[in-house]
Design a protein around this ligand. Sequence first.
Ligand code: GDP
Ligand code: MG
Length: 598
Amino acid sequence: ERQKHIRNFSIVAHIDHGKSTISDRILEATHTVASRDMQAQLLDTMDLERERGITIKMNAVEVHYVANDGETYIFHLVDTPGHVDFSYEVSRSLAAADGAILVVDAAQGVEAQTLANVYLALDNDLEILPLINKIDLPAAEPEKVRAEIEDVIGLDASDAVLASAKKGIGIPELLEQIVTKLPAPEGDLEGPLKALIFDSTYDAYKGVILTIRVKDGMVKPGDKIKFMNSGAEYDVTEVGVNSPHPIKREYLVAGDIGYVAASIKNIRDARPGDTITTVQNGAAEPLAGYKPMTPMVYSGLYPSDNAKYNYLREALEKLQLNDASLEFDPETSQALGFGFRTGFLGMLHMDVIQERLEREFDLDLITTAPSVTYHAFLKDGTMVEVDNPSELPEVGEIEHIEEPFVYAQIMVPNDYVGAVMDLAQRKRGEFDTMDYLDANRVNVKYYLPLSEIIFEFFDILKSTTRGYASLDYEMSGYRPSDLVKIDILLNGDKVDALSFIVHRDFAQERGRLITIKLKDLIPRRNFEIPVQAAIGSKIIARSTIKAYRKDVTSKIHTGDPDRRAKLLDKQKRGKARMKSVGTVDVPQEAFMAVLKTG
Ligand code: GDP
Ligand code: MG
């Protein structure tokens, strides 16, 4: 009976189509948040999300809605990120929901992540409720978009709500459709407890806090629960829901989405994707869980201060709880000391993790240029996976190298197809097909090397199409490529953290550009520093950092000690993001310089 009044759904869409704003309107319309406490994109609670105006983390909230039939319904809504790097968040939230609201911008129409998210929802057998947003925009063409949803996605959009989240139009219709068109959860209230962990956070007082979807049975404080995959057992101390702030409950039952705390101190015991059950009369089989996510890029993460190594590991473990797609393993670098090889789903993901480590854990980090995972096939018949370019075996041992390719879909107006194809060819792409979305837009499909697409492809794509293109990609497998490793030598010494792998055709040019870049980035010393790029023992490019003649501070008039102190202080602070490699100081930017020479 209670279950009939529950609706669990995710809100999905291409980035910026208005998911978070729709969530705001639902929170308002259901009086979940008092109007004086309302602020735009309320569920984007991280500073980083607010500053960048993007959703990074999913957020599950409970709201209560009195429907036209006079009954009160409980909605658990999950706002999700739209960026391709965070699709793992979306897929985890979908596994906890029974339905999805698909938001499509009335001016932009179906974009690459609209389609990608529809497929994720269909994989989870969810009922999809389309909604056309931003009808207030002068460029809005709701009827054209309605036709596009039907033709391109194949969803019935005849009843799709026409909304403006900004102006509050269409929200009452949406709330009614959620009640009438999305299914109530199914699940056995009496059966043994089965709850899927789909997210978690670490709280210094309560330990790990799990966000769960209860599929069967009930969980309440005092229950002894067991993690079916890790085997760990704990006593539940608290259960509740977020609305949007935590509210304690006496129990959570089949169909509910809420949180569980159990004084869990060992982070490894409580991974998202695991199933919890009760120790007494527990379930026999765990729920399906999640497909493990394979990182797209790896980079080295090193504390500026070597003494912070263990602290960095703890920080990574805590972040991993909150970001199940983060992966890390210890590694050592001759140049940088002890650190971690860390896997990310893309450059934005990498950027976000770095910033969260620095802000939430107050760490100063040195990060090396990201690399994809190469497969090096050796003459002895074995294959090694190389995600750190400095670890590529010697040229003489290698039979051939393969690199990961993606299948990319680029949606773009007709006028820009030529420019997109030029770009894709330049990035070693192989054309597959092209579909018309409507009279003016096409979906261009290419196979492209992951290493070419992941770094700056999207920025160039956006600028060459005046922002009109959208991009989505998925892994499509490995292909042989003529790749070489370029080593960088500073003052004659090879710096392992600066090695990178490129296609042979670009090696000469990239080698030349990187030596010029490094010359400008590395601070002068009182001796000359040669910067060399080499393939094996062959030097392919060289530049020289000139020696400086005098102490910079000696130029400053001695009568102004204040200024002199300020300058010294500035130099000292700059040092935090600098690593001494032999006799040379290498700043953080130098480790990333290789990315900017593509
Ligand atoms: P999300 O990335 O899908 O979560 O999108 P957001 O909710 O963050 O919205 C992206 C941008 O679109 C923000 O600047 C919103 O103010 C704006 N926006 C959202 N809904 C509407 C709408 O109905 N009309 C207009 N004109 N702008 C909207
Ligand atoms: Mg958002």
